[in-house]
Design a protein around this ligand. Structure first.
Ligand code: HEC
Length: 106
């Protein structure tokens, strides 16, 4: 659910995770020629958000707070285009949930 949303709404610019084999090979062997990362990857985002809020022993609170930050950023970004109207708060919560656990997923 969150994964599909992420691919649809954010995937044009954000890769899910740098640990995907193909982009890593490209990055390391071909000097990022084909890929040219446009934007931070999904797992980079969430790692950053997790550092800002809560603590990892209280996952429920941390999950809620990272969702709030992600919503806030998506509708008030500095460089990235504002996605207001193209994605809803609930969809961002689903995306956050997916990204939150992505490190285990890969
Ligand atoms: C049209 C391209 C584009 C789309 C679509 C897009 N982003 Fe971004 N996003 C960017 C760029 C470029 C940056 C880097 C901006 C910067 O350097 O400050 C960014 C940065 C971010 C950051 C900050 C990451 C960090 O580590 O500082 C977050 C969070 C983020 N995007 C979330 C999202 C979410 C969630 C979606 C989907 C709902 C999304 N973005 C869709 C281009 C996009």
């Amino acid at each position: 659910m969150g994964e599909k949303l992420f691919e649809d709404k954010c995937g044009a610019c954000h890769l899910k995770s740098v640990y995907i084999k193909e982009p890593m090979d490209d990055f390391l062997k071909e000097g990022d020629k084909t890929l040219k990362l446009l934007a931070p990857t999904g797992n980079q985002m969430l790692n950053e958000l997790k550092l800002k809020v809560g603590n990892k022993d209280d996952l429920k609170t941390q999950l809620e707070k990272t969702s709030e930050l992600l919503i806030e950023y998506t509708f008030n970004p500095d460089i990235m285009p504002n996605l207001e109207g193209s994605v809803s708060n609930d969809e961002i919560r689903d995306i956050n949930y997916f990204l939150f656990f992505i490190d285990k997923y890969w």
